[in-house]
Design a protein around this ligand. Sequence first.
Ligand SMILES: Nc1ncnc2c1ncn2[C@@H]1O[C@H](COP(=O)(O)OP(=O)(O)OP(=O)(O)O)[C@@H](O)[C@H]1O
Length: 745
Amino acid sequence: MERIEGMISDIVFKNEDNGYTIAHLANEKDEVVIVGCMPTLAQGETIEVEGKWVNHKLYGVQFEVNKFMPVTPSSLEGIYVYLSSGMIHGIGEKMAKRIIDKFGLETLNVIQSTPERLKEVEGIGAKKIEQIVKSYEENRDLRNIIIELSPYGITPNYCLKIYKKYKDKAIEVINKNPYKLAEEIRGIGFKIADNIASKIGIDKNSKDRVSQGILYSLNQASLSGHTYLPKDVLIENSRNLLDVSPSIIEECIMDLVYDQKLHIEKRKNEYLIYLMTYYMSENGVCKQIIKLSQAKIEDLNINIDEEIRKVEEDEEIKLANKQISAVKEAINSGVVVITGGPGTGKTTTINTIIKIFENNNKEVVLAAPTGRAAKRMSETSNKEAKTIHRLLEMGYTTDSEELLFLKNEEDPIKADVVIIDEVSMVDILLMYSLLKAIKLGTRLILVGDSDQLPSVGAGNVLGDIINSEVINKVRLNEIFRQAQESMIVVNAHRINSGQPLQLNAKGKDFFFIRKNTSEEIMSEIIGLVNERLPKFYNLDKMKDIQVLSSMRKGDLGVTNLNIELQKYLNKPEQYKVEENFSKRVFRVADKVMQIKNNYTKKWETEDGSDSGEGIYNGDIGYIYHIDKDKKNIYVLFDDTKIVSYGYDELDEIEHSFCTTIHKSQGSEFPVIVIPITWAPPMLLSRNLLYTAVTRAKKLVVLVGDVKYLEYMIKNNRTNERYSNLAYKLNKFKEEGILLNNNEGF
Ligand SMILES: Nc1ncnc2c1ncn2[C@@H]1O[C@H](COP(=O)(O)OP(=O)(O)OP(=O)(O)O)[C@@H](O)[C@H]1O
């Protein structure tokens, strides 16, 4: 490969559809013809091209371009983003600005060709110049990507991802079809790709654009919990997004179906359109759960009543009838669902089931969808419980982008019984991965509370399985005496049945403090968390009390509550290092939450005696140390695990003096404080309130306007999800397709 540099003196031809360009490139030595895909090329631009010389039959010698890069970038904004991105050691935001103010568009030429001139900028000496030049040299290709893409709002972090994926071909790939980014780079969506495309001049009606828009619409739908969209809804959503005619959309839908990216399913007179993964998962869950429930299971040859009696004796309890039915179903069925609200004895039932199987030498494995739920399951059962991801031995594909599970149909989980808790949090994709890894004959016990919020990911798996009436289920509905003492449990059940709550009983654990305005609510919450509750109940204000809010935005949303609570719970002190990231300030001792599963994130104990990997969505920790030189923030999780986050990884954590109710799913806290105030109706729902209240073990304090509390209790329109699992399960059952034809469909 050869490289030449010069200025574009003429553009002879450009194909607007595919970017194929023939141009003249001139430098001091020569003027040559260059050809290749260079859609953004403009006359007068100075570029460097890489490629080879060819001798064309008709046109003679020309340079065939493989890759091209602008030498002098065309935007100050791009140079600024690059220089201030942290990629260049020694230059921060302020210094970047000073350098650019001095040299303008010439900045990079100066750094490259006459770096000694940097001395003209205040604060730069010989040592700094050396440092700058060294890092500048080190990341040449990445630099070009940042400069090209940052004007489109792509952060240096994503540029790095793009660079890792396409290496030095990145600019070329993007110029050819920017929609590839939306398809292949996690985190870059259709909107950014579309923005680039419109600047490059790609036609609004281009099929690449419309197809990506359709996929985007379905992806958005999956983020709202839908596994499919009815065809009319998909066309409407896509039309709003793309501003093109329904006929083009329909044509592209058919192309995508042909390319197996989408699947169309007919249900009565309706067409349901799925992204392929969701279709495969929904079908897979349906088939596999029926197979597991119909599979022959080993007969334990035991007298179940006798076994239950033994456990009752050991544990000094007497199981209620429903609990006994649940135990029997678990022993006699391939699959059983055990559901019930708080205090209805789910944990006691699971523990009885575990004991009976273990007393009969059967191997039982336990898992739950989140790290915290798994931890809780371990504590209540005194037996190791893993996250489902760990149980499935999750790994990554070599490019470390795609998740994969080592446990699957070929190498299933080795166990006689698999018990999964908090199944309401399991989405359709994870359920499919789990079911694939359970071999026929293994008993599967699914435990959960179907009145909790449905999973964050798509599907309504637990609800659909329960509603389908196909899989054996037991609903525990007796609240035991001990649990009845708790107003938290009693009120949770009242919320669920739409009844008014019992508030403020003396000596009890459920309080409502009436306040009207946002300011009053805020100041009451701060007073409670910062002083009154810790003093009165002898609590640690950081660890024992969790503020939850239904929304992110607004005065009483998570973002603002975090800002306000930080001022009181962890105020600035001279000895506390802090770092300001414009929208948020991270300070030593701040309470933070990991907001995505990161299975490979390394942790280590302070003395280095233990280490491991995996920090999960919802894990709460405290900032332990900030190293400004290394640009690292260290967070302490579970009192022992120290995890380091580079400044470029801070999108993985957020302050958690207050968190969303959604993020609190699967976790429990001694005390919960919740503002009750106006919010969009979908966030004032019964199951949101129910989920929030059931997070508390010792005390619930609601602060706000009682009319919104009443509204929430009445509003049981759980946001409907397009999910076809219940229908499919019933259809399978009715038509017995599985019994005759293992492939189904
Ligand atoms: N058969 C029983 N007889 C008497 N008490 C019981 C019985 N089963 C459970 N309990 C008690 O009721 C309370 C709630 O039971 P358990 O923790 O099993 O319910 P749970 O549904 O798991 O509750 P949560 O969802 O709140 O954790 C516990 O104090 C437990 O000891």
